[in-house]
Write a protein that binds this ligand. Structure first.
Ligand code: AHG
Ligand code: MN
Ligand code: MN
Ligand code: MN
Length: 334
């Protein structure tokens, strides 16, 4: 009989991949699991608990914050404050990083970056949302206060990254550099179980995900690429199918399981696109590569980009390698 690992068992089993980690990374992943369960519980009853809607304030990104953006953010911060695995946390919802500067947290080796609730515009209409996380080993010396450089590392330095998708099921998907695995939450038992082992992009994809309403703002290469995906070519299974929810986590998850490409290019109103390098593009790029795909800003590997600031935006294209390379070839020609 096939063994049904819980996420906790799986993490312990794979701890041997991190001889230097001595269990801290495992404990960190357990904290994410715990915070994810708490967020899941809030999302599931949001309409009843009167926690839908906006709070009437903007976050540092200039976006109207939803109540659940703030709730999810607070849950993650409280979870990491109450436990000792990270010395600092950066969030899409906060202007500055949170430094946990006490005796216990100063000894922690890791920092975490989070998009506490991805797809906030979908919360009030019951469409899938997510949480995205990205973990780095600190560069500064353990025992000293965390520094800005600890948060501004290139994505290739990530030691783990993943997301929780609150969809028809709640699934936690993560990589620690040794493939991508997904764990479905069983609400009756309260545990995540391995349901999607060793996820890889399928060989061929024919779905594209982009907010095509922004077409007029896109660079010429993207406009030409979009015309190409819509052309008839029976052998190549074109035109491709268009699927876009407005939740990166949902669009990414579908494309990784079924094959596809996700694009959030630059446009004249958003010179660097919308997605945030640290909270969205880097973790998704790490997962993409671990699942056999490719992630680029159009010309450079996302994971090699050196971040300049916490809330930096970046044009983002990811998905099946051949599909991404095709899009890049259009960008380089026009
Ligand atoms: P968030 O809800 O965390 O601010 O992220 C929203 C992001 C991403 O999830 C999604 O793919 C994209 O913004 C949607 O943007 P558009 O509404 O411009 O298409
Ligand atoms: Mn937001
Ligand atoms: Mn997001
Ligand atoms: Mn968000």
């Amino acid at each position: 009989m096939e063994r049904h690992f819980t996420l906790g068992e799986f993490i312990i089993e794979n701890q041997k991949d991190f001889p230097y980690a001595k269990g801290e990374l495992s404990a960190l992943l357990s904290s994410i699991k715990l915070a994810g369960k708490l967020v899941n519980q809030q999302i599931n009853k949001a309409g009843l608990a009167e926690i839908l809607g906006k709070i009437g304030k903007q976050n540092v990104q200039g976006e109207a914050q939803a109540k659940l953006d703030v709730i999810a953010n607070d849950i993650f911060i409280d979870t990491f404050r109450n436990r000792g695995e990270v010395c600092g946390l950066g969030s899409e919802e906060l202007e500055d990083v949170v430094i946990f500067d006490d005796e216990i947290h100063r000894e922690a080796k890791y920092i975490i970056l989070i998009d506490p609730l991805d797809g906030s515009s979908n919360i009030d209409v019951d469409i899938t949302v997510g949480t995205i996380f990205s973990i780095y080993r600190r560069i500064s010396e353990v025992g000293s206060p965390v520094t800005p450089e600890d948060f501004l590392q290139p994505g290739r330095n990530q030691v783990a990254a993943g997301y929780i998708i609150y969809g028809t099921s709640t699934i936690l998907v993560y990589t620690s550099g040794n493939g991508v695995n997904g764990f479905t939450f069983d609400p009756g038992i309260g545990s995540f179980f391995l349901s999607h082992p060793n996820i890889k992009f399928p060989k061929k994809g024919n779905t594209y995900s982009i907010n095509e309403g922004n077409y007029v703002h896109f660079p010429d290469g993207i406009k030409k690429y979009l015309k190409w995906v819509q052309e008839l070519d029976e052998e190549e299974k074109r035109p491709f199918t268009s699927r876009y929810t407005g939740s990166l986590v949902a669009d990414f998850h579908r494309n990784m399981l079924l094959g596809g490409i996700y694009l959030y290019p630059q446009g004249t109103t958003a010179p660097q696109g919308k997605l945030r390098l640290l909270y969205e593009s880097n973790p998704m790029a790490f997962l993409t590569e671990q699942a056999g795909g490719k992630a680029t800003n159009g010309s450079e590997r996302i994971l090699d980009i050196i971040p300049e600031e916490l809330h930096q935006r970046i044009p983002f294209i990811c998905g099946n390698k051949d599909m991404v390379e095709k899009a890049e070839s259009f960008l380089s020609q026009f």
